[in-house]
Structure formats: structure tokens, C-alpha cells
Design a binder for this molecule. Sequence first.
Ligand SMILES: NC(=O)c1ccc[n+]([C@@H]2O[C@H](COP(=O)([O-])OP(=O)(O)OC[C@H]3O[C@@H](n4cnc5c(N)ncnc54)[C@H](OP(=O)(O)O)[C@@H]3O)[C@@H](O)[C@H]2O)c1
Length: 387
Amino acid sequence: MEDTPYFYISQDFYTKYFTLPGADDLMNFFVDCDKVYNLISIRNGAGMLKKKERYIVAVVGATGAVGNEMVSVLEEREFPVEELRLFASERSEGKRIEFRNRQIPVKTLKEDVFKGIDIALFSAGAERSRHFAPIAAESGCVVVDNSSAWRMDPEVPLVVPEVNPDDLKWHKGIIANPNCSTIQMVVVLKPIHDVARIKRVVVTTFQSVSGTGKRAMDELLKQTTDLLNFRDIKAEVYPYQIAFNCLPHIDKFMDDGYTKEEIKMINETKKIMGDDSIRVTATTVRVPVFRGHSESLNIETEKKLTANEVRAILSEKDGIIVYDAPQKNIYPHPVLVAGKDETYVGRIREDNSIENGINMWIVADNLRKGAALNAVQIAEKLIELSE
Ligand SMILES: NC(=O)c1ccc[n+]([C@@H]2O[C@H](COP(=O)([O-])OP(=O)(O)OC[C@H]3O[C@@H](n4cnc5c(N)ncnc54)[C@H](OP(=O)(O)O)[C@@H]3O)[C@@H](O)[C@H]2O)c1
């Protein structure tokens, strides 16, 4: 069955395109051919991960901030890797990255590299994902994509394993990893929503430069050392100096004055939580921190929750550490959380300006839970679900 092409045309499809010829219909027909092709791939088994002892795994964008972290996370979590294949741009051809005490060569990403690969973790930017992820999926490999390319596609699940693992059951070869600032927020919102139904969230983020990638980390380091040595600085990655500064600007500005990052947080939260009624508004800010995103959350719920109840709800959950004893100066911050897997929550208190409101401060490592770790956890769940 797996090797037999299976062509299927629905009655609606036939009536629409084969009985009413015309220029527009013909054009639409070609557009829909893409969807039929997708259907054929799925019928032929593409997208489904077959149970194996060990897997051939690819990291696409292996030389980047997230890709590098993916390699480390695969090793630390003893992911069942039979063989690791690493890809990046042709600039990196010949570089080597260590995995399990072996130096793995980085190869140039090309269309024909995916044959035989079971799982590909993509982290090479949206343009590459848009082009290469469907090619990889069609060649039978399951793609977990870190970029924004597929996140809001209704055919692609957007998954945080602690929140919506069941969405993995309907993937068709591509699974999207959410935005880093969204991941840490929904990990905390979901348990509260389950108990008290969230009506509205107001979030302000304080995002580290590693969220932009390796070049931005280099820029913060260089500007900091230049300023401390009384030298002129250059701003190349960000529009203004980032050292000793903060910029209320992440991704590009939209016509309504929001940034794309803010819109991502709003839309992705609704998709992952499976609830369009949650109102979210966001302000995203870049700060001169190397690693770890912080977020101030104001949450309005339908049912009243006390601060102690919120602490109790969150303390029980995997992936969350309640770190909240302000009288002893115990609260999360990026330096504490860098390199950790959990989302840390502190400063939990009731918002006395509204009926049912809670304020809190959450911090997570954007390269781990915000990117590489979440992607590897998705792959681990896929293995659990595979047959
Ligand atoms: N950083 C985060 O916290 C974070 C969180 C969630 C999602 N993401 C997403 O993850 C992706 C990567 O982010 P990053 O922060 O790791 O960026 P990065 O440090 O700039 O790394 C980019 C990677 O993509 C590769 N690449 C660039 N152009 C390529 C091409 N034409 N063909 C093949 N590979 C190419 C680069 O290879 P070379 O070294 O050869 O140029 C490098 O490995 C982005 O889509 C980003 O939005 C990042």
C-alpha cells in the first residue's frame, strides 16, 4: 500500500473543476493540484513516523544559535540517534560540530539531501523552511520547524508538548515550533486556563539578543567592549545601540503600530490553546541580555484565583518551577535561568485593580524551551505516538 500511488478526487472537486471549464477555474484547479498532491503524499504514508530503535536525524541550520543548541539537547537527552546529519549554508561547508565525541561535518543544504532521513529539525530561517520543509516531508521525513513559516498554516499543528500534544496526531509531515516568547507564556497559561478560564492576557516581554541569532549576540558583545574602551560603536543587526539600552521593537512594524513579534504572540497563543476567545495584547522589547527571555504577565480569569492557588496549580506541572519568595529576594531572572529547561515563575500576586486578576513574572531560556528543547520534545512525543 505504501508504495502504490493513490489518486483521489472528491465529488465536490470534480463538479467544481471538471464540469465548469473556464480560465479562473483552470487556475484554481492548478492551485488545488498542490493540495491533491499533498493528499497523495499522505495516502502514501508521508508524514508518519515509523517506530524504530534509532533514527536518522538532521539538523538544518546546525551552525546557528538554535541549531547548535539542538545538537547539544539531542546528546544530553540521549535521543535515539542512529546517525546525525548537519546542514547549513554553503558558507559553513566543511565546518565540524561535536556530537557524542565525534566531529560531524556540516554539509550544504540542498534539495536532494533528505532521502533516508527520519526526522529533520529545521532552524535556518523562514525562507529556507518555506522552500525545503515540503521537499523534506515529501521525501518521507518528519519536519519540526522552528521558523515562523508554517506556524499559522491551518494544515500544520503548532505544538508545545505540555500544552497541546494531541495536535501531533494530525500532522502531515510538518510540525511547527512556536515563537520563543509564546512557548514560555503558554506553558504557564494552560494550567491556569484549565482551572479558571482565562479571559484576557496583557504581556510585556524583555527578550534577549540570542532570540535574534548569533550575529546579534556578537553585536552586543562588540558594542559592550567598544563602549567600555571609549570606542565608537556600530549598530548593524538592530537599528540602534543595544548595549546598555532597550528597544521596544522586535521584528518589523505593521500598519496598526504593533510589531510582527507581538502579533505572533497573540495569534499563536490562540492556536496552541485551541481557544480564539482568549484576548491577548503584547508589547515586545529587546534588552541587552545574552540568553533568557523575561515576561511580565497580567492575566484576567473568569473564576477568582488567589496568588496561593496559582502557586499551587503551577507547582504541580512538569516544566514549570515556581521560584517565588520575594521577601528572601527569590525571583527568576535570565542569569539564573540560562541553560535550564524549565520555565521559572515568580512575583505571583493578585492584581487589585480588577476583579479576578493575577500578575506574574516568567523567565525561560529562549534557546532551550523557547526553541531547541521544545523541538526535541516534539520529536520525542512523535516517537511515543509512532507505530
Ligand atoms: N534564537 C531563538 O531564540 C529562536 C527561537 C525560536 C525560533 N527561532 C528561529 O530559528 C531560526 C534560526 O534562528 P537562529 O537564532 O539560530 O539564527 P542564526 O544564529 O542566525 O542561525 C541561522 C542558521 O541558518 C543557516 N542558514 C542561513 N542561510 C541558509 C541557507 N541559505 N541555507 C542553509 N542554511 C542557512 C545558518 O547557516 P550559516 O552559519 O552557514 O550561515 C545558520 O546555521 C529562525 O527562523 C528563527 O526565527 C529562533
